[in-house]
Design a protein around this ligand. Structure first.
Ligand code: NAG
Ligand code: NAG
Ligand code: NAG
Ligand code: NAG
Ligand code: NAG
Ligand code: NAG
Length: 703
């Protein structure tokens, strides 16, 4: 039976002792296991180091997602994953020897008597397969004494993967065709609804390829686990007494007899599939159902699971090639950079779902209607939040620029439809994933402020930030892909947002920035930079579309603003820009990370002397774990720190900024999936976890 209390106690115990295994490139706060979609997002907390069989895997939000692994070697059972206790049966814990991670894989090596187990968790990241919400676990055994051994591998999952509440009733079935696959669903599904960040419809699939030596069982945890521990095989029996997730804990178990071998392996797939995946609002208040892209290629969930399992060798090859490319590119920046990037990729991509719609007549799929939907995991669950897409955008630039455009498409289309009442760019496509139903009242993102400070409502909306973000992304994706169709289609909208930047960028009114946790502020210097860069990006867009007149006009406005801004933003306490410019006491300062796209896009809008000046000032403000976001606090953002590393004119400082983030990520003080918000003095998390913004950690790969 699984016990969360017990698990917490064991976890705390292990957090104290330094681990006896190696962790490469470092020991992260939490290691991705199956991290593939907002709802297939399972991790192993690490703290100072926790073995795969020392704690329960958890959903990103922290709830247990029980996943158990046993291996029987010459009849002797060992555990390799989870911490189950099985009345009446006993097992030995395999001993973890190493753990490593790359961009696509987490790998654990454990010794179990005369064999080593290599347990590899692979979440593929290639384009179309990206829409398949499944992840692999492969258990490979190798004899360490040169002799063949009789080896059987077991694993199971529980209904905890399906719901935020153990009290929900579930139903299940097992298919034994070319795949042996457990399907588990909620008895009372609720379309598009979440409880504690778990989606309340769709099904969990736990599967392996059928074939010699594959057995299964559904039933109470201690019965299935006990049966394997006692017999090294499962009885192929089905428990049909459907009940609640936590009611004598039904588990969904699979086992594979590898035979008497010196080496062998078995691959399992785990995932959650639902249809439709999201709802999107069209003109006339029409609600359009959106489905995951893979449905255009597979007619049933069973087919896609079968394809996925059969595709393992190819998926591994592609993943290894991507890992190698990322390792080589990151090594060109600094030795500490690879770990940060590798840890960020699955986390960032898993927040997204690639969708299509049905053809108008309802016949077949419209695969030219691609939208990517992003969940603002952890901070508030908003959908396609512009100021989350923006910090995450480097991952799209580096891996899939066309998907970056697919993230912007729903935002453009909605605002072009006239359903959004404000003139500036919207903050997000919907208050909660997966409902992209917009904000007909125009009260987006005013919301968090509304709760505490109602009177700020009309001023607080991060209107300048979002309009600037959209313009910068519109230009950068078009420039990179050479595909101008989107900027052509939405040119009117882009120009409308630009007017707003022209009015408000030089002296920004009181409003939120992207860093909304820091509150509102008037005359934000860094926000002014974003606005000015945004104006120049619209100039570049006009140029791409052949409109030289507008290019000349907007680029001269941007240049004029830069000149004025330099005077207004100059601090009174030494050579650096102020945090909030233009005030009498200009003593504060902060990261001017919005200069990143001035550099990356080669705009050269801001003078070299500014970059030199900021570089010198940052050098004198480093704490043990990095550079504070601004001088009001000691906290920082890891994503913006990496962007700032991209604008400094000193290689040592750039390396120091990267190393400081790597130090925080590997300091052993934290245990939640990579948080982008942390304290530069204590090295501890300030808030947030598992957010897609860590895609911004790839920024230096773009330079
Ligand atoms: C991770 O560990 C596995 C098993 O020892 C090994 O094959 C692989 O090369 C390692 N990968 C990295 C990047 O260290
Ligand atoms: C496993 O064996 C033990 C000891 O004989 C027994 O108490 C237990 O009931 C068995 N478990 C199952 C599921 O058969
Ligand atoms: C496919 O989607 C595009 C984009 O929304 C739309 O313009 C087109 O009419 C759609 N085609 C069909 C056959 O529904
Ligand atoms: C330049 O753009 C501004 C802002 O849109 C506009 O007011 C002005 O008329 C334009 N100037 C020219 C010469 O087109
Ligand atoms: C900023 O202020 C310093 C004095 O603190 C001065 O030397 C410098 O010229 C000013 N720069 C600008 C662009 O106004
Ligand atoms: C913002 O800047 C303007 C222009 O310099 C100035 O008049 C105003 O007082 C500033 N507002 C605040 C709150 O600092």
């Amino acid at each position: 039976m699984r016990s969360t209390l017990l698990c917490t106690a064991i976890y705390a115990l292990h957090a104290l002792a330094a681990p006896s295994w190696t962790s490469t490139p470092f020991s992260p706060p939490s290691i991705p296991l199956a991290v593939r979609s907002p709802y297939v997002n399972t991790w192993l907390k690490q703290g100072a180091g926790t073995a795969l069989n020392d704690a329960w895997p958890v959903f990103w939000a922290g709830q247990t997602a029980a996943w158990v692994g046993f291996v029987s070697v010459d009849g002797k059972p060992y555990s390799y994953m989870g911490t189950p206790s099985v009345d009446g049966s006993s097992y030995t814990k395999a001993t973890q020897k190493s753990m490593n991670f790359t961009a696509t894989q987490s790998t654990f090596v454990l010794s179990a008597g005369p064999v080593d187990l290599t347990v590899t968790f692979l979440s593929p990241t290639d384009y179309v397969k990206l829409s398949i919400p499944l992840s692999y676990m492969t258990v490979a055994v190798t004899s360490t004494d040169g002799n063949a051994h009789s080896v059987q591998v077991y694993s199971d999952v529980t209904g905890e993967w399906l719901s935020g509440s153990d009290g929900w009733d579930i139903e299940w079935s097992t298919t034994t065709t070319d795949i042996t696959s457990h399907k588990v669903s909620l008895k009372y599904p609720a379309l598009y609804e979440e409880i504690d960040d778990h989606i309340q419809y769709g099904s969990l699939y736990y599967s392996t390829l059928s074939g010699k030596g594959v057995t299964f069982q559904t039933g109470q945890d201690i019965l299935a686990r006990g049966h394997f521990l006692n017999n090294s095989v499962l009885p192929n029996t089905r428990d049909t007494n459907f009940r609640a997730i936590g009611d004598v804990w039904p588990v969904f178990a699979l086992a594979k007899d590898l035979g008497s071998v010196k080496s062998g392996s078995v691959t399992f797939s785990v995932g959650h599939i639902r249809d439709p995946s999201a709802v999107y609002i069209l003109p006339g208040n029409v609600r359009q159902e959106r489905s995951l892209y893979f449905w255009s290629k597979f007619s049933t969930a069973e087919y896609v699971v079968s394809f996925f399992l059969n595709d393992y060798a190819d998926a591994l090859k592609t993943a290894n090639a991507l890992d190698a490319r990322i390792a080589a590119d990151a090594a060109k920046i600094s030795p500490d950079y690879f770990g940060i990037v590798a840890l960020s990729i699955r986390q960032s991509l898993a927040a997204n779902e690639l969708t299509i719609s049905k053809n108008k007549l309802g016949l077949g799929w419209n695969t030219s209607d691609i939208m990517l939907f992003m969940k603002e995991i952890s901070s508030d669950g908003n959908m396609n939040t512009v100021d989350v897409i923006f910090p995450a955008s480097p991952i799209f630039h580096y891996l899939y620029p066309e998907l970056g455009m697919a993230l912007l498409e729903p935002l453009y289309r909605y605002q072009a439809s006239g359903l959004y009442p404000n003139k500036w760019s919207i903050h997000d496509m919907g208050a909660h994933f997966p409902k992209a139903i917009g904000h007909a009242e125009g009260l987006d993102e005013a919301m968090p402020v509304v709760r505490t400070r109602l009177f700020l409502l009309t001023f607080a909306n991060p209107k300048l930030a979002e309009s600037g973000n959209m313009l910068i992304m519109a230009y950068s994706f078009a420039k990179q892909t050479g595909d101008f169709s989107q900027i052509k289609r939405y040119r009117t909208l882009l120009d409308q947002w630009t007017q707003f930047l022209i009015e408000d960028s030089l002296i920004p009114t009181n409003q939120l920035s992207t860093d909304d946790f820091a509150g509102t502020l008037t005359n934000q210097t860094n926000l002014a930079i974003k606005g000015i860069v945004g104006i120049r990006c619209m100039a570049e867009i006009a140029k791409l579309l052949g409109d030289t007149k507008t290019y000349n006009n907007y680029s001269s406005i941007a240049a004029d603003y830069v000149t004025k801004w330099q005077v207004l933003a100059n601090s009174t306490t030494g050579p650096h820009t102020t945090l909030n410019c233009y005030t009498a006491t200009r003593t504060l300062g902060g990261q001017t990370y919005n200069l990143f796209f001035d550099v990356q896009l080669g705009l050269n809008l801001f003078p070299e002397s500014l970059y030199e000046q900021q570089t010198a000032w940052y050098k004198t403000h480093l704490n043990e774990y990095g550079l504070p976001l601004d001088t009001r606090h000691t906290y920082t953002k890891s994503d913006w720190t990496i962007w700032t590393a991209g604008i400094v004119r000193d290689q040592d400082l750039r390396d120091q900024l990267v190393s400081a983030v790597a130090k925080y990520a590997g300091d052993g003080l934290n245990s939640d999936p990579f948080s982008d918000w942390y304290d530069t003095v204590s090295g501890q998390v300030s808030g947030f976890r598992a957010r897609p913004v860590v895609g911004g950690h790839l920024a230096l790969l773009l330079l």
